[in-house]
Design a binder for this molecule. Sequence first.
Ligand code: ATP
Length: 293
Amino acid sequence: SNIFFRPIEKINAVIESYPKGIAGFKRYVEVLDTEPDIADVKDAVAVESIRGDIKFDKVTFGYEPGRDILSGIDLSIRAGETVAFVGPSGAGKTTICSLLPRFYDVTEGKITVDGMDIRGMKLQSLRKHIGIVQQDVFLFSGSIRENIAYGDLLATEEQIWDAAKRASLEDMIRQLPEGMDTIIGERGVKLSGGQKQRMAIARMFLKNPPILILDEATSALDTETEMAIQKSLSELSVGRTTLVIAHRLATIKNADRIIVVDENGIAEQGRHQDLVQSGGIYSRLHQAQYQHA
Ligand code: ATP
């Protein structure tokens, strides 16, 4: 499932301070800015820069009282590490990842970033350091340039092109008659699912956050697109703490650590090869996925 589409009213939360001039953007805010977000505590700290060490310390959380989805989760992720969350549908992989940008607050325990409880940070400053790439990419009606620059409104033309290249968008953009000025969205050029994802990746290269959450697409893309996207994503994750809600074998295999989540919490964790050999849940999931492929 999807980090943003459940708390849809909270999409605006990842929007930092954007000038009003950007086409389509204001409308977007008006639609989505329906609910006040989590309020900062009185002495909340604006975090300027972070390394990206993440720690879940006995984290318990439920969407409804009396029904905990996560219970006593302990997890340490080193700065720069890529971890892939795998496990059956509904186990709580998305939930774990959505607690980090504080779409919800833990009910017990705490989450720290660089040793600091995230509830003590100014929400906006926390989210500035977290990038999310997911299946349902938000694109507004405006030019390709504006849509990429949404990752950093102060970006220069050169930086925007650089981000487009790194996201494997360059060829597509150059083939369009209006190039970067091509209007996309409802009344413009329709992008394919793969192109939309690359737009999201390009934004992230611009935003350059130390922490990245990748909510992998469940719907299939053609193999070539898939490989191009994988390549861009692995380049994007270099030097960033990356949490992947994983559905694809390729990402999982290359992760520094695989975390298997089931209805009881973290069932096992380790590298691909070790987990395959240990003959536990992961080795069975892995076998099942191979049979499908
Ligand atoms: P998938 O692989 O299908 O995306 P997942 O492992 O990411 O699953 P979650 O999406 O985190 O699992 O869901 C964990 C549990 O929490 C499920 O039982 C789900 O029904 C429930 N849940 C998720 N979002 C909400 C919500 N907004 N309100 C209430 N319950 C929710």
